[in-house]
Structure formats: structure tokens, C-alpha cells
Design a protein around this ligand. Sequence first.
Ligand code: SF4
Length: 87
Amino acid sequence: MNVQPIKQDTWKALAACAGEMSAMFYPPISSEPRRAKRSRESRAKAVCASCPVREQCLQHAVENDERYGIWGGLTDRERRLLVEPAI
Ligand code: SF4
């Protein structure tokens, strides 16, 4: 992955998810019904779709092995597939 470099501490300040809505990007501590999970992830991905630092966010998540939540518009599973495509 090769994206335009932005200073590490700069891209997070430009995140569309900054602030109150960040909870929708992570699963709750308790179990989450499948339908609620899909709904939450869809809403989070809609925010990511217009985020100006989506590529930097995804690159950060992949490089730092972020295992939970939506980063760069992808779920943890989608990021794993990106890095380790199925044979
Ligand atoms: S791509 Fe999504 S998770 Fe990443 S900073 Fe932007 S809105 Fe937040």
C-alpha cells in the first residue's frame, strides 16, 4: 500500500469519525446481534466513505495490526483479507 504521507499526528485530526460518533466504529463489550452489527458497520462505513484520510487510516490499521473496529472503511475481517488474501 502506498499512500500520500501525512504526518502521523495530523491525519487523525482530519478524521471524519472524530468525536461523539466513534462508538459506532467498535463492537460493544457485550455480545452484538448479527443484524445490529451489520447496521452499525454500515453506518460507520458510510462515514468512512467521505473521510478525507481514509487511505492513511487504512494504512495505519494494517501497519499496526489493528484487530478491532472499522478502520479505513474496512472491518477487521476485510483488512485481514486485504493483507492475507485467500488462496
Ligand atoms: S476512514 Fe473511517 S475510521 Fe478512518 S479516520 Fe476516516 S472515518 Fe475514521
